[in-house]
Each structure stands twice: as C-alpha cells, then as structure tokens.
Design a protein around this ligand. Structure first.
Ligand code: ADP
Ligand code: MG
Ligand code: ZN
Length: 480
C-alpha cells in the first residue's frame, strides 16, 4: 500500500526593480536597446571602476520589505559572490549574503478553496543582474550584451512553508500584486522581470524532517509553475515508492515537452567564496528613512477592497475584478472623482475594457485611457447625447486606443444620437400611422407590440435617437 505524502515547497523569487538607472552606475535600465548601448566601465566590469549605490534601489527594496512584514536591517552590507561566466564581467556578482536588507517577514495568502495561511519570508536581498549571452545558431558564435548587467534585482527567499501548487500560485500572485501596487516592478513572468525558482521535496505525512529537495528553474508562467510542480511531485513520489532516494539537484523544466531534466547536481554546485565587498560602504538605515518609506506606501489591495465595499457599495465580483489591477483601480477611482457613477464606471471597466483587452492582448497595467475621459463618456450617455451602441463605438476609438476627448470626438464625427425633439416627434407620428396593426395591439394591452413602432422610428432616424425616449413619445402619443 502506498504511503501518504506531503509536499514541501519554498520559493526563491527574483524581481527586477524598475529604477531609471542601474544599481551601481548611471546607465539606463531600459529594456530593448541595441546591444551594449547601456553600458559603462562599471557595469562592464572594467578594472579600476568603482560602484556607487543607487539609493532608489534601497528605497524600493525596503518598501517591498515593509509590505511583506519584514524587519529592515539597520546595517546592511553587500558581498561578492564569485563565479566565472562570460555574462558576468567582474567575475563576481555583487549580492547580499550576511546582512540582507530585509529579514523575517511573511505574506498572508488565501487559496481558491478559501484556505488562509501565512508564508514566511526568510529574507529579501538586493543584487545586480548579469548580462545576456546570445548564440548565433548559424555561425555558432556567441555574443554578449551587457545592457542588463547591473540592472537591480531583489531576491525574495521564502521559508519552506507551501504545501501545494495552489499555495505557490497564491503566494506568487500576492507578491506580484503587492509589488505592482508599490510601483517597484511590473513583475512580468513571461518577460523575466519576475522569476521564480521552485524548491520542492516530499516527506511522509506526519514526519518532522524535510526530504531532499530539488530546485526547478525556467518557469515563465503561472501555468508552467503549476505543471512543473505537479510533475515534480509525481517524479519524487515515484522514486520514493521504488525505494530510491531523491538527488539534490537543479532541474530545468521544459514546458513545451512537459518534463524536466537535471541541470546540475549538488556535487557540481559552485563554491561562491562569498566575502564582504570592500568597494561599498555599509547601508545605514535610520528610523526616519524607514518612516519616510512607510508613509509613502500606497493603499494595498485588501484595504482597497474593504473601502470599495464601504464607500461605493459595489458587488464583490466588481471589487475583485477592479482591484485585481492597480491601473484599473486608479482609472475607476479617478472616474468616480470626476463625478461618474461608481457602478457605471465599474461596468465600463469590467465589460468593455476587459473585452477590448482580450481582443488586443493589452494588459491592464498598459491601459492608457484617462479617468476624465471615461467620466465624460458616461456623462454623454447619461445626458442621452449618445446611446449605448454609439457609446461603445466611441469608447473603443476615442477612449481605448488614443485617449481622445469623447465629447470632442462625438462632435467632430457628428455622432450625437440626440435627436431634434421636433423632428423625432414627427417621425413618431409617422411610425404610428404606418403601423396600424401594432397600434391596435398596444391599445389592446399587448405592450410588446410597441417594439415594431420603436423599430420603425430607430430605422427612420438611422439609430440616432434614444430608444427610451422613443418609447416614451410613442406611449404619450397613444394615450392621447
Ligand atoms: P541554498 O542556500 O542552498 O540556496 P536555502 O536554505 O537558501 O538553500 O533555501 C533555498 C530555498 O529552498 C528556500 O526558499 C527554502 O525555503 C527552500 N527549501 C529549503 N529546504 C527545503 C526542502 N527540504 N524542501 C523544499 N524547499 C526547501
Ligand atoms: Mg539560496
Ligand atoms: Zn553602467
């Protein structure tokens, strides 16, 4: 009979911080420049160059630490992690081993099935990213691009507190959401601004000791993480069931093929010969500095959810959707501040915006339209200047793609559906005359028959009128 097993998972998460310049020099961190155009002697590792710490990196690292309930280290230091690789020009990476900037935190998570728990954070440290090697398969040459060399990273190391793929995804989503709310990174798994390494082991249920773990790398989507975990659980249980032993090693997950293979074992693990970096002074973090950062922290999602319920009385579903993105909630709050009705603003965001996002592949954080223009659009509908169908058209063109002023757009393109009331009344009278059967039915109590008359008017007016108003005019006429 097979035994009962428990999965133990701890994560190492790298996040690229979105500072304008690199961690130890003034080079741009911008992604996508021509190779080796964002490079200077410091980030190219030239002899004699000296690093100067970017204060903004420390600010952002501390802000993430505070948001994840960490203690901030008052005397933090940088260390050299020595290894030799062509994308690492100094032959060492500046990182933190002995005195990382943040320690002993936790993140509260809730899984799909409603289970709540705290995942402890061992530490968060700052370090520099490496360059990038580019292989030319045709010539078999390898090139190196140092644009990424020196881009600031934080590494968030959890305790082995997670017990399922669901918990891992909930933890990563919570981290992602928190860091995006802080504005410290865009945390895109598919672009590498957030990278998660999964340490996983299996033990018999009830056992006090942890089993031997593997570390899985190359996970660039939540789906890949989930699939990798499920696969690795199966692989390790099979080994244990066969009476074997799990080998401590680093494995690479191939999401396309759906399997993993060993990259390196503990035996070939490097000795990094860490030592304090003599070129950088300790970072002394004062109470005032921490308070300054604490006071600038934004309202996080949980607090926002509670406030939306209280202040706007929106359905839970709406609240969940809107606060799921910082950008979306900014647009929502801005539109409401401009006088838009909360439920109407929420509907535009959840229905049309989400539909268009899906269609165009734009994610919420890249939305460009302004709250002011959303509020103006809602006003155009409320004042019956345009009807719902036209509003959608305007939203897509004017508001979604270019953030044009909808009022101006409607005027310039002659899109107003507000009919001249004298003209509309004439058409209504004509419609009544042209539809004697429907008129008779309505008079005999078949309210639905009014549809035919409304339809006639809408057609005559080429859609440029408000169906509600048409209904009312017809009813008025018929009751005369
Ligand atoms: P190393 O120094 O070898 O990288 P760490 O102690 O820093 O190891 O742990 C790295 C990550 O592995 C942490 O997130 C930790 O929670 C996790 N971890 C450690 N031991 C286990 C284990 N037995 N099973 C699962 N995860 C583990
Ligand atoms: Mg480690
Ligand atoms: Zn540089």
């Amino acid at each position: 009979m097979s035994k009962e097993y428990e999965v133990v998972i701890g994560l190492e998460v790298h996040v690229e911080l979105n500072t304008k310049t690199k961690i130890f020099c003034g080079c741009s961190t911008e992604f996508g420049g021509a190779p080796n155009t964002h490079v200077c002697p410091v980030c190219a590792g030239m002899p004699g160059s000296l690093p100067v710490l970017n204060r903004e990196v420390v600010n952002k690292a501390i802000s993430v630490g505070l948001a994840t309930n960490c203690d901030i280290t008052r005397n933090a230091k940088f260390d050299r992690k020595n290894y030799f690789y062509p994308d690492n020009p100094q032959n060492y990476q500046i990182s933190q081993l002995y005195y990382p900037i943040c320690r002993n935190g936790h993140v509260d998570i809730e899984t799909e099935d409603g289970t709540k728990k705290a995942v402890r954070i061992h530490e968060i440290h700052m370090e520099e990213d490496a360059g990038k090697l580019i292989h030319d398969p045709v010539t078999d040459d390898t090139y190196v691009d140092f644009n990424r060399s020196g881009v600031p990273l934080i590494e968030i190391v959890s305790e082995p507190d997670m017990r399922s793929a669901d918990e891992v995804v909930a933890y990563l989503e919570k981290l992602r959401e928190t860091i995006i709310y802080l504005g410290a990174s865009d945390c895109k798994l598919n672009e590498g601004s957030m990278r998660a390494d999964v340490n996983l082991s299996i033990r018999e249920k009830g056992s006090e000791e942890f089993g031997t773990r593997t570390e899985s790398k190359n996970l660039n989507s939540f789906r890949a993480i989930r699939r990798c975990i499920e696969n690795e659980i199966g692989r390790q249980i099979d080994i244990l069931e066969d009476g074997g032993q799990v080998v401590q090693e680093t494995r690479r997950w191939d999401d396309e093929k759906g399997y993993s293979y060993p990259m390196r074992s503990k035996e070939d693990a490097q000795d990094y010969r860490y030592f304090p970096d003599p070129d950088l002074v300790p970072i002394v973090v004062s109470d005032e500095w921490i308070e300054e950062i604490r006071n600038a922290q934004p309202e996080f999602r949980d607090a926002k959810k509670a406030r939306y319920k209280e202040e706007y009385d929106l359905p839970d579903y709406d609240i969940d959707q809107i606060t799921g993105s910082k950008k979306m909630s900014e647009i929502f709050e801005g539109a409401v501040a401009e006088g838009a009705d909360p439920k109407k603003a929420s509907n535009w965001l959840m229905v049309e915006t989400m539909r268009l996002m899906k269609e165009t592949g734009i994610d919420a954080e890249s939305l460009r339209f302004s709250p002011k223009n959303l509020a103006a659009l809602i006003k155009l509908v409320d004042s019956k200047e345009i009807n719902g169908g036209v509003a959608k058209e305007v939203f897509e063109k004017a508001v979604f793609s270019d953030d044009l002023d909808p009022v101006k757009y409607v005027a310039d393109n002659n899109m107003s559906t507000k009919a001249d009331s004298g003209q509309l009344l004439e058409v209504v009278k004509k419609a009544i005359e042209a539809n004697p059967k429907a008129v008779e039915d309505v008079r005999n109590g078949k309210q639905k028959a009014i549809g035919a008359i409304v339809g006639f008017v809408m057609k005559e007016m080429k859609g440029k009128c408000d169906p509600g108003e048409v209904n009312k005019l017809i009813a008025d006429e018929l009751s005369k």
